[in-house]
Design a protein around this ligand. Sequence first.
Ligand code: 26Q
Length: 783
Amino acid sequence: MESLELKERIEGQAYDSYGQSFYELHEKEQFVTVGNAVMEYLVPRWIESKEKFSRHKQAYYFSAEFLMGRALSNNLTNLEIEADVKKTLEEMGVDYNMLEDAEDDAGLGNGGLGRLAACLLDSGATLDYPLSGYGILYQYGIFKQNFVNGFQVEEGDPWLEYENPWLVRNSNDTVIVEFSEEDKVEAVPYDMPVVGYGGRTINTLRLWSAEAIDKFDFKAFDEGQYIESVRAQNEAETISRILYPNDSTDEGKKLRLKQQYFFTSASLQDLIKKYNAAGHKDFEDFSKLHSIQLNDTHPALAIPELIRLLEHEGVDFEKAFDITQKTMAYTNHTLLAEALEVWDKDLLVSVLPNLYPYIEEINDRLIKELKEWKVDESRWHKFLIIQNNSIHMAFMSIYATRAVNGVAAIHTELLKTEVIKGWNEIFPNRIVNKTNGITQRRWLLQSNPQLSEMITEMLGTKDWITDLSLLNNLEEKYAEDAVLERFINIKNEKKQELADYIQFHEEIDIDPESIFDIQIKRLHEYKRQLMMAFYIADLYNRIKANPEKDWTKRTFIFGAKAAPGYYIAKAIIKFINELASQVDTDPDTNGIIKVVFVENYGVSYAEKLFPAADVSEQISTAGKEASGTGNMKFMLNGAVTVGTMDGANVEIVEEAGKENNYIFGMEVEEVETKRADYDPKVPMKETEGLEAVVESLVDGTYHDNGTGMFQDLYNGLVDKDEYFVLEDFASYREAQDKIAHDYKDKNAFYKKGFVNMANAGKFSSDRTVEEYAKDIWHISKLK
Ligand code: 26Q
């Protein structure tokens, strides 16, 4: 955009929106104004994009979560107008960074699954694929985390309280979602543009908001009616009010079920309406024009709902089942048994009386086939959708879709050989792998412009922005002294930037000379934040015992939200905060090690943390982490991984070499063997330093303010240690000690980081989307 034109646009927008001069607005208003100007610029292109795809097969990503983060910088970067806009704003005397910070994160997700959805959308648009998202416009995103006396305290995230320039309400496309005869709501779509890099393709994320029917023309004639109308409106709006902050255990709550039906029904009605409007006479072509990807089982009600809607259009059950199966595919994201969604049958019948019969019919069809396949009845419990008065969403999703995929090679393998082995025997080609990826536009180009610039110079092209495999050409470059030196300088600069950011947000000083060792992800026992904490506690004891030794300076950084009802996860947060204050207040150790638990970790914080990391913590119990995607963001930014052979770590070291990372711990088979005969007290007593650390939970070293939390943590470990924290501790300790040792030779250490960056090409979500497009969605690019 010409800078003059842009300045006029912005000034004009300020008057249109606020009737005021741009220069008199406060930051939030200035952000909205610039956002509106960007929207004005992109809307014509958005419409063009919609038109170019309208007669082609399209893919639809159905997801209860889209963890989009901020959009301003992303849209400017992808439209390639960032430099112009920054320059214009500078000429106008506006601080771009202030403006950028004024945008609230779109936190419509919990963690990996929601962020994956966002990365895939970015790649879809960048690669000119017709890929749209369908989800829920939650009024409250993932909660804001505060620490009070070291305890996590949750606060609501009313991210829409202020105007949002990226959302366009499309009342014309409103549909009605009927839970039952007496319980119906309006689903009103709000569309968010998904700008592909280069600005050729702008796709759509359509988010549904729940509203009462008749809210405007309802005339109340008396107090009773008036109160009732307000109550009804409130109840309708409750459906899209809040994101459930759980990312594993399924609670089976009625409202959650309503959310799932709400957005899947609305999305399918939307597709069918458009299909009919395009003049199709029957539904023969429906699956030739639509591919629907179910992001885990959260949108699995789309299966019976599509069958139901097709029957309403005059299609018989068998045909409707066939169309549905050809249209849908399902992604599994977990190996944890407790995370597989199961709904209570009576609850489902009471909330969705009209849908339930279709689930029953699907189940009956399955029973017929089980008989045909001669599956012995004693094994039916591995398949039946309806059993013991509950509905198994994963089984329905495997049975009634065309493809099922895991999200990393090891994960898919474990699905095929353990978790859903029986299904794999019946449908040997249905379960496939699609290793996750991340978008290099957000996770390198935007968040690490310094390293981006260096990569562009080394390659002599910026083509890596849309073809990350080009990084492979850099592998040998570290041999040039100037290259490694510049790489280290950039890392130092990013560490300094993070130190400033942490000083501002946490009021804690950290030393950029120290190793930045970072674990950022949701808080879970299987992710083993506690094991890292134990290492630190042990290291603290060792330094105390030997303060004069030549210790490597280290900063350990944590960022993690615990589900509000996950008691042990909250205990772990409290413990790490206690540890941090102990290390901090001890003059013997505070120049050597430092522990920081950053508050309210989310997408925007992540953008500061990944580029500054030296060490990436990926230390889950083998067989528990489906993939992980943070591991890829660290790698791309040149950190080494300390990790187990779990999830995508396996592929990361396959690409970058075990010798350039720090792999430790039991592998999947060893974990399974160990489980048969495990007494956690054995490693506790045998591992140097470990017993003292475990005992410190209860011997008065650390205080849990009388809650008993640390005693509960302790009991869980010594009685069971479900996730083998104590068993793996010795080898983790060894790996960590090796890192401290290796860091003394900076060049050797950072060479490893550089080689990791140079081998990160595989982990672009562009590669992931290409695989989905080719193997599952069968869609083509349109420039
Ligand atoms: C289910 C029922 C009721 C309420 C909430 C939920 C729920 C919500 C979110 C269950 C699970 C999630 C999120 C799961 C998740 O983020 N899984 C992660 O997905 C990533 C992307 O594939 C993987 O990289 C991670 O390994 C996996 O843990």
